[in-house]
Design a protein. Sequence first.
Length: 317
Amino acid sequence: MGKVKYYFSDSSFNFEDEQQFFCKYAKNRLISYHYHSALKKYIEIYRKLNGEVIDISEYNILIDSGAYSIWNSGKPAISVEAYKRFCLELLLSIADFPFKSIEFINLDEIPGERNKQVTRDDILYAQEKSLENYLILKNYIPNLLPVFHQGDDFKYLDIIESHTLRYCVSPANDKSVSQRLMWIQDVFRKANSDFKPHGLGFSSATIAKANPWASFDASTHALRAGYGVIMYPIDGSLLDIVISDVRGPESTGSHFKNFSKYEQEKILFNLLQIDDRFTYENILANGKIRKMINVYNVSTFYDNFATPENMVQGSLF
């Protein structure tokens, strides 16, 4: 078993105290080109905190091209030249800043058009264009990760591995968890045993736990907070505990009010040991506080999380 890096992919931290808390505990960040203005702000905060609150040599940054976000917005696609320029300018701006690692995700071509049925020809074109982009960009950008998507022909997996064993694996979010898991297991069976996969955009802990990922990214800490949920470690897992009064205790067994009085007091006591702002009243009323709790608990959970061996786990289905 090995350690897995959890990359936080939320870019919506708008308050200085929130940013400082986040930077202290989230040592692995995925930031999209689509939010490049936020990246500049994060770098400024890193510089301010380095040497006092954090040690930047322990931090990893993964830059996503934001191709899907841009495609989904209906805006014109980013060009290879623009993405190359952005990446090189970023590297130049932090040349004196010793991050542990800086990696970049390839500029993918998203198949088809928004709100239109994607055809097989769309997929084939996107695969070829994404590979073309990778072959251009890897000559200029170090640590560039190509992406293998659910739905891609497996011949592209062989092509990718002829260039690198560090690449992204992207399950389709419009598939069920079982469908995604079966495809991922197929990838792990066919991939080189020494590959170092990064899982893109995970929303299911089941997928994260099923195979030996080198790293993966998720924004569940922020999404859960927005729905009145804190992520809390219990019995070796992160449990979603509903705090919000909008969803009452009758709606879910994991509602805070369904815990015994002793368990409630224990949870609140442990949270207050982290930060004295983590009172029940603040957690109930403030999504920012819930997000900060989730950042801390997710970070510490995955700091101690060991990935399983590379094996097909039939029990998942």
